[in-house]
Design a protein around this ligand. Structure first.
Ligand code: SER
Length: 361
């Protein structure tokens, strides 16, 4: 190798090192105004070494905006919104939460595809540019969902039990299709990007994906999802309101509490790269029937008025999702260990916190 060759190789590395010195390390959270976004910001706000950049279609509530070095308000597909960040920040982690959830997506599938898929491509492109400038892959944390599964009928669902990551990937919802495709894109960007080049460039993205089950929070109620019946039932009871559950008594899918979901997401984000053999991990902590939720809600709120009035289409979506998920890969590779089972979720987290929230004795 000549001296000139050596200098040519050295230049991009020098440029990346200079850019790295000038830019502040930061974490970018899209969909920062949603319930997972709030949970992540609460957990990350005290890390003084890393700035938070929050993006959402709506203005962030003041309390959350105050946690951020910078907030961006706008459409996730608008690349010009992200462009100015390149100069200012070296984004070490992206938590890409912005999405339309499953029930909402069925009302406007084209729009769901735009936000859920095109929006994700905008973020992958952004990560590629970050990696080029700063010479490091961006850790891209992506919440996928049990909606990627599509079990053909209830008998199969019953037989299948706890489903593993590669099984039954025939989603029936636009949201599920979008999530599954973005899982594939993440794997592509982290393992096969521009594979035809010789030598191939280093991967721009370190893609880490969790498939969330239904999430249940004491502080927020989701909007537009199909697993929403569980949190809705609880929050209605705490407020003394009647609740008509939109799935049958025997409907069954996995769930976990929001604090466990946040903890797991951050644990995966910071797990040593060499311990991870997969791109995508199932998460879940308990999997009661809807009737099981109702019984617990009644145990803690004896006045609760819960009826079951299944919506046939939302029921069909839940029927296509697994009764439970196999979380062995997450447990063995990066130590996933949810704190709450169904009973402690209610007794130690949900009930005390919702009572405080709604001022119930
Ligand atoms: N919670 C999501 C929804 O209901 C599924 O993971 O759309």
């Amino acid at each position: 190798m000549t001296g000139a060759d050596r200098r040519r190789m050295q230049e991009p590395a020098d440029a990346a090192a200079a850019a790295t010195r000038a830019a502040q390390p930061a974490v970018l959270i899209t969909g920062a105004g949603g319930e997972v976004g709030h949970g992540l910001m609460d957990a990350l706000k005290d890390d003084a070494a890393t700035a938070l950049v929050g993006l959402d279609i709506r203005e962030l509530p003041e309390e959350y905006a105050a946690m951020c070095a910078e907030t961006l308000r706008g459409d996730i597909c608008d690349a010009t919104l992200l462009q100015p960040l390149h100069e200012r920040y070296r984004i070490t982690h992206i938590y890409h939460l912005a999405a339309l959830l499953s029930s909402r997506a069925e009302r406007d599938p084209e729009q769901a595809h735009r936000i859920n898929v095109d929006g994700s491509m905008t973020l992958f492109r952004f990560a590629v540019e970050q990696a080029r400038r700063y010479g490091e892959p961006v850790t891209f944390v992506y919440p996928s969902s049990i909606a990627v599964y599509g079990l053909p009928d209830l008998a199969t669902k019953e037989r299948a039990g706890a489903v593993g990551e590669p099984q039954f990937l025939d989603p029936v919802t636009m949201y599920g299709c979008n999530k599954l495709y973005v899982e594939h894109l993440g794997r592509y960007f982290s393992r096969h990007y521009r594979q035809i080049e010789m030598p191939p460039p280093p991967p721009p993205v370190d893609f880490r994906c969790v498939r969330y089950p239904g999430l249940i929070s004491a502080h927020t109620v989701p909007s537009g999802g199909t697993s929403d019946y569980a949190p809705e039932m609880l929050h209605a009871a705490a407020q003394g309101e009647p609740y008509a559950c939109f799935v049958r008594e025997d409907a069954r899918i996995p769930f976990m509490t929001m604090p466990d979901a946040i903890e797991a997401t951050l644990t995966l984000a910071h797990a040593p790269r060499e311990s991870l053999r997969h791109c995508v991990y199932n998460l879940g902590a308990f999997a009661p029937r809807a009737e099981g939720f109702a019984e617990l809600v009644r145990e803690f709120f004896p006045q609760a008025r819960i009826t079951f009035e299944p919506h046939p289409k939302r029921q069909a979506m839940v029927d296509s999702w697994p009764a439970d998920v196999d979380t062995t890969a997450a447990r063995t590779e990066w130590g996933f260990a949810p704190k709450h089972d169904l009973h402690t979720a209610f007794a130690e987290y949900l009930v005390p916190a919702v009572k405080r929230r709604y001022g119930v004795a």
